[in-house]
Design a protein around this ligand. Structure first.
Ligand code: SF4
Ligand code: ZN
Length: 290
């Protein structure tokens, strides 16, 4: 059954509301930081959350964009993110790698390239630093939650990648709502975790929302690309299979959590930020950059 444009956008908003209620993602008076990169998923999430916020006058929404310092890429995304926030009257904060870590991402990549000991792809260390930047920004805002635009596709790809990397216990951590508790850690929620990427993209098109479509010049996650292609091929042949995988993991996650050694968050001995290790991964990366 095909839906008209209005019914389609309302169905996405309704599904998001249902996901938020099912996983008890928000309280009515929460301050919610939303990670907005300027890509289609994050601008769609901002639009949906801004609409939901209208029904909750005590809630507060603040968009956060991480400026990694990637020339010819992030500059455009920053403008798009700012434009979307202005249209929706949502407060917008920008946090930069240069200001937090002392280097732009372009400079980091150059420095890392010269080191034989570094086997990480740019996305691997960018991901660590982005998470840290978002947590720091959300904490400064006084946010109760940090919402990210991970879709059903992202979630299922991550499940498969954890299996392919032999890191199956990590599945216990990748939940729709994080349950790690630490005064310096802002809990993360994923309101789009049950919505396919195709639908969030269509939502942006139908709503006429401007988003960035230029790919990041450092995007290089070869294994994730293979996982995405394989899952898309399976979904094409067996519609609904991504959702089935997601639901199956939801069912067995409590058992995985039992097996996984629960690592509580503590403070990094160097920077004091929350981490499961003695020295957080950001500080480990900082050392490599020197
Ligand atoms: Fe960072 Fe990779 Fe995303 Fe580029 S694609 S912004 S390097 S995580
Ligand atoms: Zn640290």
């Amino acid at each position: 059954m095909s839906l008209c444009k209005r019914c389609f956008t309302e169905s996405i908003e309704e599904k998001t509301r249902a996901t938020i209620a099912k996983y008890r993602m928000f309280r009515f008076d929460d301050t919610i930081a939303v990670a907005v990169s300027g890509g289609k998923d994050s601008v769609s999430l901002l639009q949906v959350l801004a609409k939901i916020e209208l029904r909750h006058p005590k809630a507060r929404l603040v968009a956060v964009t991480v400026d990694e310092g990637i020339r010819g890429y992030r500059d455009e995304a920053l403008k798009i993110a700012a434009e979307n926030c202005e249209k929706l009257s949502v407060e917008h904060r920008v946090v930069s790698f240069k200001e937090l870590f002392g280097y732009t991402f372009d400079q980091m990549v150059k420095r890392m390239k010269g080191k034989d000991s570094v086997k990480l792809t740019p996305c691997a260390y960018c991901g660590v630093l982005r998470r840290k930047a978002l947590n720091t920004a959300a904490r400064k805002i006084g946010a109760d939650k940090l919402a990210t635009a991970h879709t059903l596709d992202d979630e299922v790809q991550t499940i498969l990648l954890n299996i392919l990397h032999g890191d199956v216990l990590r599945i216990a951590k990748e939940k729709p709502v994080t349950d790690e508790v630490h005064p310096k850690f802002v809990p993360r929620i994923k309101p789009f975790c049950e919505i396919p990427e195709k639908e969030t993209a269509l939502y942006a098109y139908v709503k006429g929302i401007r988003f960035q479509s230029t790919p990041c010049p450092y995007a290089s996650e070869a294994l994730r690309n293979d996982a995405r292609a394989m899952l898309n091929m399976m979904e094409e042949k067996h519609p609904g299979i991504k959702f089935t995988i997601f639901k199956s993991i939801e069912k067995i996650r409590p058992a995985i959590e039992e097996t996984a050694k629960k690592e509580g968050l503590r403070e990094c001995i160097e920077c004091g930020e929350p981490t499961t290790e003695k020295i957080c991964r950001t500080c480990q990366l900082r050392k490599l950059l020197k």
